[in-house]
Design a protein around this ligand. Structure first.
Ligand SMILES: Cc1ncc(COP(=O)(O)O)c(C=O)c1O
Length: 416
């Protein structure tokens, strides 16, 4: 007997919680106490942040890592270190967290939005190429949800058009493209360690690169413009203090030990869920190119086509949550539609050309469709569950689709 939908008063498919986040243990406790008692709480006194930078960079295919206070500052410092000048243009996707674009504004440069691919949810290299103008200096593909953007195409494009290629790898710790780690696929990359991320210390970020000159410029900029060999109060460029502290460094060193195993679990579960959910009419799982050799599954993402599935997204989300499956619809707006961009509320930044850009009329139909109607997210901690947990997610979608008529009736009544 099929049980009634939980949203309509039936028994929820599951009441057990999925894995919670963050995951930590005595290793983190001991490491934090060691830093506490050492009295060396800043990176300039201790060795935890140094150690982390080296291990993380190495693990991500890079010879340099510069840890900073978050994954927004890292993007801004990269742009400044790369020599982006006032009102240069930087191409970014519209479907990403706002920092990818606001870091550009904060570097006094102009974000230009190019649409994403409707199937991979990543910046479309053809749309990016179309957006190039004589003012374009850089492109920032985001490895959205943890799946690398088409870096084969972006590397070719960036070389051909002489642009700086910056990876926003905030979702992509441990991901890879043709076997090469995210973070080492462009000229320079930015990662975030904010609370929700696959590797976290609460707040933090890192810049990774194999470019010695860029690394030196970022290192100087994260430390008030100091340079090696300079005296303490000697500052060479406009910047500030964006150094990560030793407590965060200590936590990250422990969390990094856990990353590979967690990444393997997410990958295994992600592949399984993708294969099974794709068989359900109306569910279009993030399309994975064969070059994606490791998806970080910061999010398990799909599009829900209401007509083919039989129920609109909002009701499916509500019904799934009632069955005990945590999920969300993700971003409600493409970035150009955010009030911040529509009204160009840039404060003192971009007094000239940036003000002339009409974001309210920027069209990114693929991103808009996903935001408005189809996007569907399941978070990375859920992806750390067991095979049985994944089966519950699949069963919940099937249960909901099986009772679509009752659910539609309920949704119509709710609306009325
Ligand atoms: C794609 C993307 N870029 C950049 C950031 C900014 O990172 P942070 O929150 O550490 O500043 C985030 C974080 O949420 C993100 O999701």
């Amino acid at each position: 007997m099929v049980s009634k939908l939980a949203l309509l008063g039936g028994k929820p498919l599951r009441t057990r919680p999925f894995p919670s986040w963050p995951i930590f243990g005595t290793a983190e406790e001991k490491a934090l106490l060691r830093v506490l008692h050492s009295g060396k709480w800043g990176r300039l006194q201790g060795d935890q942040v140094d150690k982390f930078e080296q291990s993380f960079a190495r693990q991500h295919g890079c010879s340099h890592g510069v840890a900073v206070v978050n994954g927004t500052v890292s993007l801004r410092l990269i742009l400044m270190a790369a020599g982006i000048q006032a009102e240069d243009e930087v191409i970014v996707p519209p479907y990403t967290f706002l920092s990818t674009a606001t870091a550009v504004v904060e570097a006094n440069a102009v974000p230009v939005f190019a649409d994403i691919d409707l199937n991979t949810f990543n910046l479309d290299p053809r749309a990016a190429e179309t957006a190039i103008t004589p003012r374009t200096r850089a492109i920032i593909p985001v490895h959205f949800a943890g799946q690398p953007a088409d870096m084969t195409a972006f590397v070719k494009l960036a070389r051909r058009r002489k642009l700086i290629l910056i990876e926003d790898a905030a979702h992509a710790h441990g991901a890879s493209w043709n076997g090469q780690p995210a973070g080492s696929l462009g000229d320079v990359a930015s990662f975030s360690f904010q609370s929700s991320k696959n590797l976290t210390c609460g707040e933090g970020g890192i810049i990774t690169t194999n470019d010695e000159r860029l690394a030196a410029a970022c290192r100087s900029m994260h430390n008030c413009g100091r340079v090696p060999g300079g005296i303490w109060y000697e500052h060479h460029v406009i910047s500030g203090n964006y150094r990560l502290g030793e407590f965060q460094g200590a936590v990250l060193n422990c969390q990094l030990q856990r990353l590979e195993r967690q990444a393997q679990i997410r990958e295994r579960n992600g592949r399984y869920l993708a294969a099974r959910l794709s068989q359900i009419p109306g569910l279009l799982v993030q399309q994975r190119p064969s070059e994606c050799t490791r998806h970080a599954y910061h999010l398990f993402m799909l599009r829900l086509e209401a007509e083919a599935f039989g129920v609109p997204r909002a009701a499916v989300l509500q019904a799934l949550r009632a069955e005990g499956i945590p999920c969300s619809g993700g971003y409600g707006f493409s970035l150009p539609q955010q009030p911040l961009f529509r009204h160009r509320a840039f404060g003192p930044y971009l007094p000239g050309a940036g003000r002339r850009l009409d974001y309210a009329n920027t069209r990114c139909p693929n991103s808009d469709l996903i935001c408005r109607e189809q996007g569907f997210w399941i978070e990375q901690s859920v992806m750390l569950g067991t095979r049985a947990d994944m089966d519950d997610i699949i069963a919940a979608f099937e249960k909901i689709q099986g009772q679509r008529e009752a659910l539609n009736l309920w949704a119509r009544k709710e609306k009325a």
